[in-house]
Design a binder for this molecule. Sequence first.
Ligand SMILES: [Zn+2]
Length: 127
Amino acid sequence: MDDKINIECPHCSYVITLSLSALTPGMWCECLNCHQKIRITDQDIRHLLEAIKQKRGQRGSRMKSQKLRGKWDQIKGLAREFWGELTGDELDFIAGQRERLIGKLEEKYNITRAEAEKQVEEFERKL
Ligand SMILES: [Zn+2]
């Protein structure tokens, strides 16, 4: 997958879109607006990679939450087997919302958020 990244020209603030795969530290690119040369530093690339990783993470968890919500009626029974402590009412309240499920698990099982997330991921792998 070829990510596009935006670099702001330090001279005129024009935003240039580049392919991540075309970037190498120390390279120069030309601003399309003011035609000045812009040097891409190591640090720039690190920042950009970090931003992309974050964006991917958000996309990933959105997809996961859709997975739960989409067929919650079918999944509910499985969730009940997986977490015997959750009642039918609680499962209705959760309604396939990942955040609610995680919060409920923390509360009912007195576990950390990280542990609750791990359990939810494990559960999702079974779906
Ligand atoms: Zn410029």
